[in-house]
Design a protein around this ligand. Structure first.
Ligand SMILES: O=P(O)(O)OC[C@H]1O[C@H](OP(=O)(O)OP(=O)(O)O)[C@H](O)[C@@H]1O
Ligand SMILES: Nc1ncnc2[nH]cnc12
Length: 170
């Protein structure tokens, strides 16, 4: 199945010069969505993860069904001010703009094996921040899984030392 042909590329969104990879066209196609989650699930099984962590918002669309398919728990990473209980937080930069990410302090138990899943790897800023938050809580990041990787932004270099999988590359 060709997942790439289901992803729509929108030029100059959200700002000039960015070629935005729109996954809504893939998600609305039941077979492609199912196939993508199944492929990612095969990878995560091999990493023997206890829990799947996903960053807001598009990461939820990948990480939550992945966790469900594997019978594992799902833990959200959210932008500042959205999580109600006590959090750990960290600032980061991405392809366009910057923000602060947070996780609940009690979301990960020390020693738990964690896979971080997201729709897209660009600069790697989001994922590296999520990794640092998980590690702050004592989790062990055993893998990171993406639907899409923008290889021209070298995010994989930022994640050196971690096991990285992507299903579609640009
Ligand atoms: O590798 P990076 O340079 O960090 O970029 C990748 C991140 O950017 C996008 O999320 P975004 O922050 O745009 O938020 P959204 O999912 O809420 O649209 C995407 O879903 C990744 O999480
Ligand atoms: N080019 C891009 N397309 C879609 N999501 C992104 N997040 C960061 N860069 C992106």
């Amino acid at each position: 199945m060709n997942l790439k042909e289901k992803i729509r590329v929108i030029p100059d969104f959200p700002e000039k010069g960015i070629r935005f990879k729109d996954i809504t066209t893939l998600l609305q196609d039941a077979g492609s969505f199912h196939h993508a989650i199944d492929e990612l699930a095969d990878y995560v099984r091999g990493r023997q993860a206890d829990v799947i962590v996903g960053p807001e918002a598009r990461g939820f669309v990948i990480a939550a069904p992945l966790a469900y398919a594997l019978g594992k728990g799902f833990v959200p990473v959210r932008k500042k001010g959205k999580l109600p209980a006590e959090t750990v937080s960290m600032g980061y930069e991405l392809e366009y703009g910057k923000d602060i990410l947070e996780m609940h302090k009690d979301a990960i138990r020390p020693g738990q094996r964690v896979v971080i899943a997201d729709d897209l790897l660009a600069t790697g800023g989001t994922t590296l921040t999520a990794i640092k938050l998980v590690e702050k809580l004592g989790g062990i990041v055993v893998g990171v899984a993406f639907l899409i990787e923008l290889t021209y932004l070298n995010g994989r270099e930022k994640l050196s030392g971690y096991d990285v999988l992507s299903l579609v590359q640009y």
